[in-house]
Design a protein around this ligand. Sequence first.
Ligand code: GBH
Length: 537
Amino acid sequence: MKSPLVFVIAAMVTCIVAQDPYYVWPDVFNDEERDAFYYGQFPDDFKWSTATSSYQIEGAWDVEDKGESVWDTFAHEGTHVANGDTGDVACDSYNLYATDVQLIKNMGLSYYRFSLSWPRILPNGRPDSASADGLRYYNALINELLDNDINPQVTLYHWDLPQALEDEGGFLSDDFPQWFNDYATYCFEQFGDRVKFWITFNEPWIIAVLGYGDGVFAPGLNGIGDKVYNVSHNLILGHAMAYRTYDSTYRASQEGLIGITLNSDNFYPFNPKVQLDVEGTERIRQFQVGWFAHAIFKNGDYPEVMKTRVAEKSEQQGYFKSRLPEFTEEEKLFIVGTSDFFGLNTYTSSAIIGTRIEAPRPASWETDLNVIPYKDRTWPTSGSSWLRPVPWGIRNLLNWVSEEYGSDTAIYITENGVSTEDVNDLNDESRTKYYMAYINEVLKAYKIDAVNVKGYVAWTLMDNFEWSDGFSERFGLHYVDFTDPDRPRTPKESTKTYSTIIQENGFFPPEPSSGNSGIANTMLVVISLMFAVNFAN
Ligand code: GBH
């Protein structure tokens, strides 16, 4: 009697434990090896967070002595932002910050990533103009967070440069690194006793290419072939200066971390068998991420492929020297090793088609790299034309960053999220799916691939001013009614999903839920008892 019983028990157990693989988007991403849902936990000290940025939420653009930022100017011009929207009031977080803190707390988060408005703190950009009200506001926010057991993760620069400094050349001025360092020093001095996580710049690529290249973001300049390279050059030097200041003067007493946040799609070859596509993929990674990360994380200098490509093309285009500036040997030593972590913002993937080298005029960052990015039409859509969810992409990208910059490099996902097509939908199922699937892929990167990922920040706490798309695109975990002067915030369904993931610190395996397995459970208990009795006899 014993052996058939053992067989029956084994069969029942298999029945219950082996569930069909679960897929978040079964009709699109259903490769069992790649897309099957994975159950497990993040490390105990994993940092869960959500993010915003000053211009996108604060409003109060001209309160007290606040200086204007380039985004105030740009939005007020009336032609650059969808529907003529501005951030004049936005979510009114200048007044409603305590409400924001409660929303964060309600989701069970212990971190909050926000940015400081440089011109609110230093109206003319320099410490001699320090605003008492700016100081009061950020002290109040930071203290409110700490009183609620939420740790601040502070971005020093999320795109709102003081207009006064832009008037003196902004990122194109050789004085930019010093200006940024003075501002950063003031912030370490004032807030560093309580802020232990600093990000110098959010997405330098956007600052250079969209702000000073295509002109679709403030300050709206057109220098896609040349200015972009000078902007990033000064930005890297400014970043390094602020890091060195923190390291030499504040780290010992304040004991925080300081790093930089870069943005990238997951790039992969359109056809992995075509050499042009494979090389094009590596090139765009180097031109987009390597542009900043190579110097900071590797050797103080730009990637080889950028140096040779831009130099060659500049020559063919009739420039007398490369459009890509050079760092001195001294600067290289100053820059290398200036980030305690790699902050990564990522939303989507692009397949890359490599094209043949040519040097058209006018020169451009885009034609310097010779690729065509492509979005697969079968991928799910979102509320933004540039954003199609591709969950496995984040795992690929994490692996690339880890291989390229060293497996010891601590990586934080400092932004990830999605806009929804139905903007009024509190039942935001597509966002729920996005977070489930993306965070699950981050978990695979950590558990299966041993990528050193330390934290995850969901973009964004609430609907806000989505730059040139104004209020027409909503990325929020909370809905904000922009027609109501009180700017009420309402949790969307996705807040529950995110809270559950945080609570579980990952994903617990599902309870056996089908009717059959309920019966199977009961039978299992009965058979086990029979077996035990039989065995005891
Ligand atoms: C992040 O940038 C930003 O840090 C954050 O402030 C922003 O709200 C969030 O993403 C959502 O967009 O219109 O085709 O010219 C991510 C980079 C910048 C990518 C804007 C898409 C528009 C490209 N995004 N960009 S396009």
